[in-house]
Design a protein around this ligand. Structure first.
Ligand code: ZN
Length: 207
């Protein structure tokens, strides 16, 4: 199982970190050991002083495929989840300056917060998924996947040119504007809007 992540996939977020808006998806990975599931807490890592949340919709790959053609892309995922791409922003900034890989800033243990999954058919519109993250009860990120630069289907087609998609793989599809730091004691909660109303998908306490 692999965890594929997309950076800078919302214009507003690319701008808030003063990054250019990409012309192709920016792809990186986290190891399976990064997963943080079952609403477990995240222990603030010692190597960072600027740990950030990034709320993201996560696709769960439902069948194997390489070089997936655009017209079939939607057949490769049938469920989505709520994810938090935890990022050691200070470590990432230093690595970016040097042009070095990001892995230690993005792939550390617990850096891939993940909820349970809900079926795509439960969504009002799979191309306009509304989601939000709260920090201690206050909205900090409000996103809608209609604002994605590269859609779910585009990402499936793009990523599968390089990496064979395998059942159970995850794609973190990028974060909207509003990323920010967390502190020990914070309570993060993630929500997704569905046909049945808004569902609380995930909670994560920072310890
Ligand atoms: Zn991210």
């Amino acid at each position: 199982m692999k965890i594929i992540c997309i950076g800078r996939n919302y214009v507003d977020h690319a701008k808030e970190l003063k990054n250019p808006v990409p012309k192709k998806p920016l792809v990186f990975m986290k190891p399976p050991s990064a997963l943080l599931v079952n609403n477990k807490p995240l222990y603030y890592p010692e190597f960072t002083k600027d740990l950030h949340y990034e709320a993201e919709i996560v696709l769960k790959i439902s069948k194997n495929g390489r070089h997936v053609q655009p017209e079939f892309a939607s057949k490769y995922y049938s469920k989505i989840g709520f994810g938090i791409d935890f990022t050691a922003r200070d470590v990432q900034s230093k690595l970016k300056e040097k042009g070095h890989p990001w892995e230690i800033a993005k792939g550390f243990d617990g850096s891939a917060g993940l909820s349970e999954f809900i079926p795509i058919k439960d969504l009002n519109d799979p191309n306009a998924v509304e989601f939000r993250l709260t920090q201690n009860g206050e909205n900090v990120q409000i996103g809608n996947t209609k604002d994605l630069i590269f859609s779910f289907d585009y990402l499936i087609t793009y990523v599968s040119q390089f990496f064979k998609l395998q059942q159970g793989d995850l794609i973190y599809t990028g974060t909207p504007a509003g990323v920010g730091p967390v502190a020990i004691g914070d309570k993060l909660e993630g929500f997704i809007s569905t046909k049945k109303g808004e569902i609380k998908m995930l909670k994560c306490n920072i310890k």
